[in-house]
Write a protein that binds this ligand. Structure first.
Ligand code: 0RQ
Length: 499
């Protein structure tokens, strides 16, 4: 079947008001750019003409600004799932102008197949290559691409010339059967391939191909500062001591490291610690630090669902494809984040918390329990199934006015049962085998900022009884102090009668 090339504007005409649209990609990497932008333009025109135009948006995770940002600014989003990190979309979500629901990333593809969220009318994906018989080679982010292509009535492809056709071979594309027919997902080590290097679609569903050479809407990383360096150093120190104690096998275990600045710094620190042997990465997002370590021989192999790296790094990879091609594998998030595989391989997971409480519960998503930040992402997929789950966080946020360690988290994403170790720039709280009160002492004395330690100790010293000694009148006193005075340090325990 001959390939049909169209413009982004023509592509946008295939999307109707009320449609559910599934986008390929993961983080800005691999996300379509020019077609979402054209859909936003179309929405604006429809709104000016007094007609409604909003779509449901399913993505792999966060996207680039031309997808979430443009659609949000055009008021073209009916609902959105799963992870997002766009400032403009976040505002609409928190104003409840966009209905947003958050879920574990590994579950989205299967739940779409189960029919939980209705049909996928259109799939819009970015590709490095597409053939007449319907073989599509994704670019640097996979996400839910294979599933939305299979479920959609219509497929629109952005063929991006920035990504060489030769990256064919860097992907491992598979979709499991659904229950009751599902078998094991046979990934036993990070480099195991279980699928094909392309997505096979029914070519008659490809309604058009839009040629582009647009770069990803990426932001790059903040330079390392004292805090992130200290956190990285503490994570490395903890893992070295576990290795020495024989609690981690001497050949080491695959690592997963979360998104963002802290995660990138942590991986850098681990890679540069010669006490840790060269290791494999089984993760969701492969960031710049992994590529740097690969070049030094410190990372042997990386499996992920997105190669979310800076423009310089992607150029470096494409220039040296022969070196990188057998060291990187990009899979759908259903595989990269799969709990079965994570548990089997014994992945050591490192994710970032917004806040943790002194009993080891973690909030990754909601500022003061109400405002959505980004979403859960893959943190739960990995944490719950980890060999050892680690959460990192700077001890304070917003110039010290917010403590990352509070009496009770204002929203719960990862419970004390799944959280094994917490690490800040001050130290390591090893929560394994400890009772709630022991965990509280460990977290306060090792991780909390010194300014907040007396305030947290005071909470425990108020004579509260019980296995997990909470005072339900006072457990959110830190948050209340912040909301009232803009600083958690202003908490005044005398306002709360002692029990
Ligand atoms: O605000 O952006 O205004 O400066 O939150 O915080 O410290 O820069 O950390 O970029 O790593 O993000 C949890 C959001 C951390 C992220 C979170 C403010 C702080 C700053 C960012 P500014 P940092 P990071 C999947 C991995 C969930 C999903 C996940 C995340 C901004 O890591 O989305 O884990 N995680 N995915 O000032 C109010 C607090 C705050 C706070 C920080 N307690 N209250 N604001 N901030 N703490 C698995 C993979 O494999 C990828």
């Amino acid at each position: 079947m001959a390939l049909k090339f169209i413009t982004a504007q023509e592509a946008a005409e295939f999307v109707n008001d009320g449609d559910n649209v599934g986008f390929g990609g993961f983080t800005p990497a691999g996300c379509p750019k020019v077609v979402p932008h054209a859909i936003a333009e179309r929405a604006r025109k429809e709104h000016e003409a007094g007609r409604s135009f909003k779509i449901g948006v399913f993505t792999g995770a966060s996207t680039g600004d031309r997808l979430d940002g443009e659609l949000a600014r055009a008021n073209a989003v009916k609902f959105r799932t799963p992870y997002q990190s766009s400032k403009d979309l976040r505002k609409l979500i928190n104003d409840r102008e966009v209905q947003y629901f958050d879920l574990h990333l590994s579950m989205l593809a299967q739940e779409l197949r189960y029919g939980f969220y209705g049909p996928i009318n259109v799939a819009i994906i970015e590709a490095a290559d597409v053939t007449e018989d319907g073989e599509i080679v994704p670019t640097t982010g996979v996400g839910i691409l294979p599933t939305v292509c299979r479920l959609a009535d219509k497929i629109i492809v952005e063929l991006n010339a920035r990504h060489p056709k030769e990256i064919r071979g860097m992907h491992d594309i598979a979709e499991p059967l659904d229950p009751p027919h599902r078998r094991d997902m046979p990934v036993y080590k990070p480099s195991d391939r279980v699928g094909q290097p392309f997505v096979k679609v029914d070519p008659s569903k490809i309604v058009g191909i839009v040629k582009t050479d647009e770069p990803n809407d990426d932001k790059g990383f903040a330079p390392l500062d004292e805090t992130t360096l200290a956190i990285g150093h503490n994570v490395a120190k903890f893992l070295v001591s576990e290795l020495k104690a024989g609690r981690i096998p001497k050949e080491f275990l695959p690592l997963q490291s979360g998104v963002g600045n802290v995660a990138n710094a942590v991986l850098g620190a681990l890679g540069n610690d010669e006490n840790i042997p060269a290791f494999n990465v089984y993760t969701e997002v492969i960031q710049d630090a992994v590529i740097g370590l690969m070049k030094k021989g410190r990372v042997k192999f990386a499996s992920g669902c997105s190669l979310s790296v800076s423009r310089e790094t992607i150029l470096d990879i494409y220039k040296n494809l022969d070196f990188f091609k057998d060291k990187i594998l990009l899979r759908p998030e259903e595989y990269s984040n799969n709990p079965e595989i994570v548990r089997r391989m014994g992945v050591i997971t490192i994710n970032t918390a917004l806040e943790a409480d002194i009993f080891g519960n973690v909030n990754s998503t909601h500022v003061t329990g109400t405002k959505m930040m980004n979403g859960l992402g893959g943190s739960g997929d990995f944490t719950r199934n980890a060999y050892i789950s680690i959460f990192t966080t700077p001890s304070v946020a917003k110039e010290g006015k917010i403590s990352a360690f509070v009496p009770m988290v204002s929203h719960l994403d990862h419970s004390e049962h799944s959280v094994k170790v917490i690490i800040s720039e001050y130290g390591i709280a090893d929560l394994r085998g400890k009772s709630p009160i022991q965990k509280a002492h460990e977290i306060i004395e090792n991780c909390a900022h010194p300014d907040y330690r007396p305030l947290l100790r005071e909470y425990l010293e108020r004579g509260i009884k019980g296995h997990t000694p909470h005072d339900l009148d006072a457990c959110f006193a830190f948050h209340k102090a912040f909301m009232e005075n803009g600083d958690m340090k202003t908490v005044d325990w005398s306002k709360y009668p002692k029990k």
